[in-house]
Design a binder for this molecule. Sequence first.
Ligand code: ADP
Ligand code: MG
Length: 327
Amino acid sequence: MPRRPGLSEFSLIDRFFTHRTRHTVLGVGDDCALIRPRPGHLLAISVDMLVEGRHFSKGTDPEALGHKTLAVNLSDMAAMGATPRWATLALALPRADAKWLAAYSRGFMRLARAHGVDLIGGDTTRGPLNLCVQIIGEAPAGQALRRDGARAGDEVWVSGTLGDAALAVAAGQQSIKLTTRQRLAATRRLDCPTPRVALGIALRGIANSAIDISDGLLADLGHICERSRLAAQIEFETLPKSALLNTYAATPFGQQALLAGGDDYELCFTAPRARRAAVLRTGSRTGVRVTRIGRMIRAPAGAIGVAVIDGDGLPLAPAQRGFDHFG
Ligand code: ADP
Ligand code: MG
């Protein structure tokens, strides 16, 4: 690309985005990076873009943003049961702000190192703040956790707790009032999600299907239903809640946060009833709470999708489904 954001483009890449790689043939500095996948593995590739004003607000802490831009991609790896290995980073920046870049790169690289991910290339240009990460991972051939692998009779599970990120968004929009402590806890979930990479990898050969919850449980489990041509039945009372969410669980708002709140980046997966103990072992081995929330059933009269029932077994009409950027 001939258009440069200024004289500092190359020194900027050099200073903030050129790091030692651990398992890369050729990294930052050439026209392409060169990587060698391990024999017997398929490459898993995904890309996610975070746009200021859309996915995060102006003035968001750059270190948290560095973390989050990679975290959402690692979450896709987790949902696939893939081992993350390489990332590329495309940035549009309004200006070359060294302080901002140092913090951003710190947040990004800390998480990258923690997961053994090499940053192997990218693109840098001037423009409205836009952060785009591509992640490349590996999964042993035939073992990736796909959305289309669920079977009728599978049990549905989720990791962690749901809905806290939605509370942070609501507090930011003044729809609910949180104490300072509550707000900090919820904001941490929103800005600094923990991708469930180890859990996803450990679920290879146990789970039949998986997805990460970025648009809300109903929407994302709905994708598993569509791809697997099945229906899911979820018991509302079983949904795992944090102490904070618990105080809202009985309100329509809490209900919606649990069912349709995005940005939690927990995993939703299905596994045969016979693997229940194996799933629980996997959860404790990887230090992640896993909760059984329902089951997959043959779609009644073509009704592919998610039904939610309350404590009395009665259908619960969800106020709103997950987030859709063009909805
Ligand atoms: P080209 O003009 O061939 O696209 P660039 O001048 O854009 O090359 O980039 C030079 C090198 O720096 C390339 O290896 C590219 O992958 C890398 N690079 C550019 N921006 C980034 C970034 N934000 N993070 C990591 N690597 C980057
Ligand atoms: Mg380029």
